[in-house]
Design a binder for this molecule. Structure first.
Ligand SMILES: O=P(O)(O)OC[C@H]1O[C@H](O)[C@H](O)[C@@H](O)[C@@H]1O
Length: 277
């Protein structure tokens, strides 16, 4: 299934460097840098403007994980966002687009607050910058968790490693969410891994993504990092993924998830992620 071109926003910086955003969820589907796709999008992803898109960079808000009030990972990734700035060149020569999501009758039914999310995507020469902000437009404070659920494209998950996690505590979601300590300098993945690393370094290197290359994630105000690969059996059980695809993806997700953000009435939370290749 391919997305409908009417649902897409394309940022084009020239030199075969582009970023494509689906308005459903403001989901970045693709980041091509000098001809090379850096982001994993499942060949079985569904683009029905209802289901969350399997791959890319889904935006998780207002709840990471199962949510007692609504769909898992919240409603932002399954809501249609509005483009408030079409792709436009910045003074630095980058291409930037801005999308927003505000509360609606359907969001208030699940979560009765007024808010404005702003997502600014900047395509630079060697990087993709995603700035995320939440403004509380309600008359009372609210709590939320949020995360950029980035799926990276890799040649082979068996050779990938992730830095910036040594010595940290993590909640292991495949072991009842129990807390463990990471003692490895770099984290490798050889089975179903689903971990919330707490208070991580602001930079992670993902090694051996494509042709031995390293990709860098730099984050600010996203204190936590989720590392996820469902491995073979779980991938096989996901109709929009399939067992053939798990070796070609790794999710390294920057978020504020191990504790909620408490945002006062009228206040704004700002966080950002830069992917650099
Ligand atoms: O299937 P989804 O709702 O898109 O969630 C995909 C995955 O997202 C995160 O990485 C969570 O830590 C996982 O537990 C979850 O399975």
């Amino acid at each position: 299934m391919s997305p409908n071109p009417k649902d897409l926003l394309v940022l084009d910086r020239g030199h075969n460097t582009t970023c494509t955003i689906h308005l459903h969820g403001a989901t970045v589907l693709s980041w091509i840098l000098k001809g090379e796709e850096k982001i994993f999008l499942s060949p079985k992803a569904v683009f029905d403007n209802k289901k969350a898109i399997r791959g890319g960079i889904p935006v998780v808000f207002p709840c990471f994980g199962p949510w007692e009030l609504g769909p898992a990972h919240g409603f932002a990734r399954i809501s249609r966002w509005e483009v408030i700035q079409e792709p436009k060149k910045t003074e630095a020569g980058d291409i930037r687009a801005i999308l927003v999501l505000t509360d609606s009758e359907s969001s208030r039914k699940l979560w009765n607050y007024s808010f404005r999310l702003t997502y600014t995507v900047t395509l630079a020469e060697n990087s993709l910058v995603t700035d995320f902000s939440v403004t509380n437009k309600s008359s009372e404070s609210f709590d939320f968790t949020c995360l950029l659920h980035t799926y990276f494209r890799v040649d082979d998950i068996n050779t990938v490693s992730v830095s910036g996690l040594k010595g940290l505590k993590y909640a292991d979601k495949v072991r009842d969410g129990n807390l463990f300590s990471e003692d490895r300098e770099v984290v490798t993945i050889r089975e179903n891994v689903d971990r919330v690393y707490i208070a991580t370094e602001n930079t992670h290197l993902i090694s051996n993504t494509l042709d031995g290359k390293t990709l860098t994630i730099s984050k600010s105000n996203f204190p936590d990092t989720v590392v996820w690969n469902p491995w073979k059996a779980k991938a096989a059980a996901m109709p929009d993924l399939g067992e053939e695809s798990y070796p070609n993806m790794v999710c390294v997700e920057a978020g504020h998830v191990s504790s909620p953000v408490n945002l006062s009435a009228g206040a704004t939370y700002n966080a950002s992620q830069t992917l650099q290749a």
